[in-house]
Ligand binder design. Structure first.
Ligand code: ADP
Ligand code: MG
Length: 248
């Protein structure tokens, strides 16, 4: 494979669920070290786009390349860390410690029960250090606040040393003060550790200060369906969507 700094390249992606158009002609390229905020109203196709990038859905039309090649290998997937919208479901199902949750990111199956080496453990502790949660390694995950749990899930995604971290509305249910410190931690991950970020969020007033790029999935109201358009919107248009002032 030739050398490239391209992590994700989407060209003219359209996705239909049966006959309903969720994404229409979306093109986007995320390169090493970039911090992308992916915004758009509910139903504009943000989660669908992430599912396509993660290889969970095959687009109806268009092409996707990861690291300059087609999506085909587990190794590529290891270079992309994903924190889903509902990571927290994990915490109620398994009574695990913070360290166990993070270590489980090193393996695809039965992560909590695998035998781990001292080196695995050190990698998990290093990842916890990055998200500023090392002091909590022995605590039960269920005893942490929502914001702290979210940091632990990010550490879990970081143990495989990904080039890109993808998150779908990670701050839902976290109070405002903790949201701000969560975002500054993400910004540090990006700036100091060079990890590219693709973040789906509604908190655009906060992320516009941090993101290097913003993609809007713009839903224009047409009765025949959803039209997803990738474009820059004006501040007043964005404010209209989100009900508060937006700085760019
Ligand atoms: P967002 O994450 O921006 O809120 P989604 O990607 O979840 O948007 O959804 C985009 C559109 O696709 C919505 O109209 C939604 O109702 C529809 N949709 C999402 N998932 C499915 C599905 N599994 N089957 C059918 N329609 C779906
Ligand atoms: Mg969504």
């Amino acid at each position: 494979m030739y050398m490239t700094n391209s992590i994700i390249k989407l060209d003219h992606i359209t996705h239909k669920y049966h006959h309903s158009v969720a994404l229409s002609d979306v093109s986007l390229e995320v390169k090493q070290g970039e911090f992308w905020a992916l915004i758009g109203p509910n139903g504009s196709g943000k989660s669908t786009l992430l599912r396509i990038i993660l290889g969970l859905l095959k687009p109806t039309e268009g092409t996707i390349q990861l690291f300059g090649g087609p999506i085909d290998s587990f190794k590529q997937q290891q270079r992309i860390g994903y924190v889903s919208q509902k990571s927290n479901a994990f915490t109620t199902r398994f009574p695990a410690t913070v360290l166990e949750v993070v270590r489980s990111g090193l393996t695809s199956k039965k992560g909590l029960f695998k035998r781990f080496t001292k080196e695995d453990e050190q990698r998990a502790l290093d990842a916890l250090q990055v998200v500023k949660m090392a002091d909590y390694h022995g605590k039960s995950i269920g005893d942490l606040s929502g914001g702290q749990q979210q940091r632990v899930f990010i550490a879990r995604a970081l143990v495989s040393k990904p080039d890109l971290l993808i998150m779908d509305e990670p701050t839902v249910g976290i109070d405002r003060q903790n949201v701000e410190s969560f975002y500054s931690m993400l910004s540090e991950l990006n700036r100091d550790y060079g990890i590219a970020i693709l973040l789906v969020t509604h908190e655009i007033d906060l992320v516009t200060q941090l993101a290097t790029h913003i993609a809007c999935l713009n839903r224009t109201i047409h009765f025949h369906g959803v039209h997803a358009d990738y474009e820059k919107m004006s501040e007043s248009e964005l404010s209209g969507w989100y009900g508060h002032p937006v700085r760019r």
